[in-house]
Design a protein around this ligand. Structure first.
Ligand SMILES: [Zn+2]
Length: 222
């Protein structure tokens, strides 16, 4: 079973929101007027649904995302805690974990990627009327393949910290079987996702942090 953020992680974040401890400090400068994020003001708290897989059940938990406003031009930006990704309800750990199951395995289909235990069962919504769809994992792979800037920054930080790392070579050698794509663009997406996840693993081992804790935020999730 791929990892998930726990209810405790999410509640700890809600508590920080409650106590006013979420700041714009790690956000990138305003994309419109380039004003430093430290000048941003809290704009709104937007209710958001997060989905956490607990014992094969997809549990829903609601809580706020903090939006900041740039006083220079009025643009608003959201702050994402490290278990959340823009436009995703499932936690970042689930998104990355299921995508990894698909891209890193020789012969796993999307259908197989959502079957997580020996009984080949799929995480279900309460009541069992709906379950995690294979097409969702397809979309997650697509989304993660877009974090090109984040992956590049992470790689450069790793190389600076450990100049002898073989990561560049290892990334160049990653491949996906031809059975997993029908077009060149899909192949590139699969590889890009695979490289991001491989970089994330080394980043975690090097800095004891996920690239999604601060780096992805600073790279504006690009
Ligand atoms: Zn601005």
């Amino acid at each position: 079973m791929p990892p998930t953020a726990t209810m405790e992680d999410i509640k700890a974040y809600f508590m920080k929101v409650e106590k006013g401890q979420i700041t714009a400090q790690n956000l990138p400068a305003c994309p419109c007027c380039n004003l430093e994020a430290l000048h941003f003001k809290i704009h709104a708290y937007r209710e958001r649904r997060f989905l956490v897989i607990v014992d094969m059940i997809v549990e829903s938990v609601h809580g706020p995302l903090v939006r900041f406003r740039c006083p220079g031009c009025g643009k608003t930006v959201a702050f994402y805690p490290d278990f959340a990704l823009p436009h995703k309800h499932y936690t970042r750990q689930s998104v990355a974990g299921f995508a990894q199951r698909y891209v890193a395995a020789e012969d796993t289909s999307y259908r197989q990627a959502v079957m997580v235990n020996e009984e080949k069962s799929v995480p279900e919504y309460p009541g069992g009327e709906k379950s995690l769809a294979p097409s969702t994992v397809h979309r997650w792979v697509t989304s993660l393949s877009g974090f090109v800037n984040t992956a590049r920054c992470a790689l450069s930080l790793i190389c600076r910290q450990n100049p002898a790392t073989s990561l560049c070579r290892d990334l160049a050698q990653l491949s996906v079987p031809a059975s997993k794509y029908k077009s060149f663009s899909r192949k590139e997406r699969l590889l890009s996702c695979f490289r991001l996840l491989a970089t994330e693993a080394i980043f975690k081992a090097t800095f004891n942090l996920s690239i999604f804790t601060n780096l992805a935020t600073r790279c504006a999730f690009s």
